[in-house]
Design a protein around this ligand. Structure first.
Ligand SMILES: [Zn+2]
Ligand SMILES: [Zn+2]
Ligand SMILES: [Zn+2]
Length: 96
């Protein structure tokens, strides 16, 4: 259940991104900023691509003018298929 971070202040497990406590087991990646974990590369890609989907819905024919200098009004942002190319946490939007 999502809860306020002060409810477990100081806990290394608390994720400020989704508001839940994350397991401390080894995982594919842990965001150092919000503490969210991605168990596998597929998990990271799935959450990353969900953000792309929502951006594409928000801006139906646009890429992101901030991070993509070559954005094209006619081209939706394609899904990422290589987890090593994901540089931003899909939960807190902070760079890894
Ligand atoms: Zn917590
Ligand atoms: Zn994060
Ligand atoms: Zn989380």
């Amino acid at each position: 259940m999502p809860h306020d971070e002060y409810a477990c202040y100081g806990s290394p497990r608390h994720c400020s991104g989704c508001g839940e406590d994350e397991p401390l087991e080894p995982c594919y990646l842990r965001c150092f900023e919000c503490g969210h974990i991605f168990n596998t590369a597929e998990d990271l890609l799935r959450e990353h691509n969900a953000i792309i989907d929502s951006l594409n819905r928000q801006y139906p024919h646009a890429g992101c003018p901030v991070c993509d200098e070559n954005w094209d009004l006619a081209t939706p942002v394609p899904h990422e298929t290589d987890a090593s190319q994901v540089w931003t946490c899909p939960v807190c939007i902070h760079d890894f």
